[in-house]
Each structure stands twice: as structure tokens, then as C-alpha cells.
Write a protein that binds this ligand. Sequence first.
Ligand SMILES: [Mg+2]
Length: 206
Amino acid sequence: MHNASEKSAPRQSRALFIDRDDTIIRDACYLDRPEGVVLLPGARRALQRARRTHRLFLFSNQSGIGRGYYGWEQADAVNARMFRLLGIGDPLFDAVCMAPESPGRPAVYRKPSPRFILECIDQFALDPDACWMVGDRLSDIQAGLRAGIRAALVTHGNPVAPELADYLRAHAVPVYPTLGDCVAAIQADPAVAARADPRRAAASVG
Ligand SMILES: [Mg+2]
């Protein structure tokens, strides 16, 4: 079912929902300074390639806002720095969700809530069978699965805790060492690659 839809879905209805910390940039633990942004190896190229075949959405839990550690302006400044370092062009993401809730508070957008994904599926007329949530934590995976899309874990060399490994196995969630490997695997279906928008592909090769 998934494969058939993935093959037939146009680029506009395929999407990757991508976590930020320890998926695109190094998790600096309540990062509140733009100068603290460090891209993970291969992240830039992975996103360049991903946007040829998929819409991209950034989906990050930022409980530092809810905890009062930093404000929206600082969070936005960190993102702006990340976008500059990526240097891929604007807008890279069709929508950005920074979920500010702290744990223990009622979660609206905070992963594992699937709300942001579900709203984007509706708003952008996405095909759930052609969408993935990509991240480094259980909450990323759960948000994706609860939204009815597929999910993949990237480790960037970090060990996978046994209970997380059990969950991934039980739900047939693939694991990749880097975002680049993950994107390559999702794009491995040649039918998907063949339908990439050639103008965007040409513009993003670099
Ligand atoms: Mg993360």
C-alpha cells in the first residue's frame, strides 16, 4: 500500500517532517544562541537532495521556551542561523513548528503529539502514505506513527537505547546513521526520483 502510493504521489503531496536537534544540527541542550548552531555532517547535502522529491517541514520540540529558559526571539534567531548555514535558499521548509510546551503541561504541538503533521497533511493536501517523520528520538517516531505516516530514526553515531530499539523493531521503523542515508533510502524508489521537479533539482545542485 505504501509503495504504490509513494510511486504515484506527485512531489507536491510527498513530505518529510524533520526534527531539528541532533537531526539537522547538534543538540546543544536548550540552545539559545545563534553562534551555538553546528550543522551535523552531511545535513546540508541531505536537505538539498530531499527537497528535490519532497516538501520539507521542520518540527522541533522547544521546551526551553515553556520552561522560561529562552524566548521566541532567541529560538527564531537560532533557526535563522541554521538556515544561513544551510544556505540552500528560502523557504527551505513549507512550515516550521517549534512546540514550546514543557513536559507535564498539556501538549498541543509537543511531540509525540501528531497535531502539526495532521494539520500540514490537511493544509497542504499531502498524501499520508508518501510522508515520513525523521528524527532521533522516540517522540519523533511516535508523532509520525500517530499521524498515520511512516517514520525513520537517524542516530548520527549515538547509541540507540534498548527500549527504543525494541520499539523500532516492533513497529518496523528503519534506522539510519545519518540524515543523508535516511533521505537516500526514502528516495531509493526510482519512480520517486524520476518524478522530481527538474527545475528545483537543477537549482539545488551545488
Ligand atoms: Mg532531536
